[in-house]
Design a protein around this ligand. Sequence first.
Ligand code: NAP
Length: 525
Amino acid sequence: MPGTDYRRAVSGGVTGAPVAGRSDLDRACRAALAAGATAPRVAVLGAGAGGLCAAIQLRTAGIDAVTVFEKSDGVGGTWRDNTYPGAACDVPSHLYSFSFASKPDWSRKYAPQPEILGYLESLVERYDLHQALRFGTEVTDATWDEGAGRWVLGLRDAAGRRSREEFDVVVSALGQLNRPYVPDIPGLEDFAGTVFHSARWNHDHDLRAERVGVIGIGASAIQFVPRVAEVARSTVLFQRSANYVAPRNDRVYPVWVRRVFTRFPWIQRMYRDSIYWRLEARFTLMRRDSRLGRMLAASFAKRLRPLTRRGLSEAALIPDYPPGCKRILIADDWYPTLLRPGVDVVTEPVDRVTARGVVTADGVEHPLDTLIFGTGFRTTEFLSPVRFTGRGGVDLDEVWRDGARAYLGLSVPGFPNLFMLYGPNTNLGHNSILFMIEQQVGYLVQLLQQQVVLGARAADVRNAAADRFDDEVQSAAAQTVWAEGCSSWYKDASGRITNNWTDHTTAYRRRLARPDLADWELLGT
Ligand code: NAP
């Protein structure tokens, strides 16, 4: 068992010895609970993919007292919020689903948003989560009560009523993509037309025959712009930087394929694995100045340059940064859309908005009826707007004033039994985020099981372990393509890479396979 010197820093009340193997730990935890050990009460924040995964795995491990707080009135998180036309996942669906909850009958390679949401909703029934879910309840703050050794959560229901509840463990599954970002453009409030963000699509608003402007051309815009351009009178794309858009090669799975996957789960598993390894191999591209990256950049430029003869500028088409520095996008209808009559790509910076439209830095006013923001999310603020106060009254925002960081992307010293899913440095540019979430949940479940077995009340990650991990991640980050010259949501304002995991996902899986108790201070009862 790694970290058997855990006894160095335990406070009173920690009685047992840690258990090594996963199944032995499972058994030992169940036995301890059956013998009257206190099961931790767990609050999960958010009922998106991460929150559902945590609730399922905790309950499967016998840790039943789980409450999932969800502000809205349904599960699904980002897949509930993002209903824009064309919304779909850009990771193949057989991998964009949980390994323990397969869906053999995905309709196509890249499932559309309603099917992904349906999958997440189906987990509620499949794992009997109804009792665990508390909808219409927002967690506003969480404060560590030193005396009780518990978290006190501030709650606000849909009617605005406030209350407080205590939990032993808080699992934040708020995600990185939950708070839409709208840039502060002068004059925006004066615009006389309709304005909305892609993650808050206004389905009541008819875009037919309208002059539509789109500010921000990233992963979301690449999906909704082709649908908008089909119906709008004109579409003006205000694009700050060009994207690498690779072919998507989406396809429907014929009925016989779905039947084979349903009848022979091992074939589906092999197919899923083949997707995983193919994506995993792409991490090579995430390394700084890679040969593959240079070759890809050259081949994109060669393929796209001929389009400049059809009225599109090089700035509109050819990225001025290496592939992977921002997310590589996939679409089959992007370049044909740019060539459509009525579609304009404007690469002049946006200067201001007027009542009539958008004015660019060259002084040209682009008249518009509707303005859509595809400007992404407030990604580097992580757990905001929930306010976390840890040991000694320390505010998490204060700890993170120089950029978010967390041990294994999961935990911050001074915040015992607070675990974050999809926390700092766990986003990916090359593989499925659900894989990362499963590793995080597997780790925290084991850490809680150890606490039950040991009779510990909580675990607080040691400063030295957290610093060591952060140094390692940041020095690896400097060797990645994300450190090269491009603006992206992977970095905070200072340029620190706060969002991405900087190695293969296999390395992450190894790191999280088993908690090293030497890295944790176990607090007694
Ligand atoms: P995004 O990729 O961050 O793109 C935001 C766009 O807004 C970029 O083009 C950016 O320009 C532009 N922008 C930001 N601030 C601006 C400003 N002040 N003025 C003008 N332009 C500005 O956002 P997103 O498209 O919503 O996607 C966010 C993430 O969500 C993706 O990276 C992906 O992880 C996830 N997503 C996934 C899928 C999927 O299929 N799985 C689909 C959609 C989204 P610059 O590039 O110049 O910064």
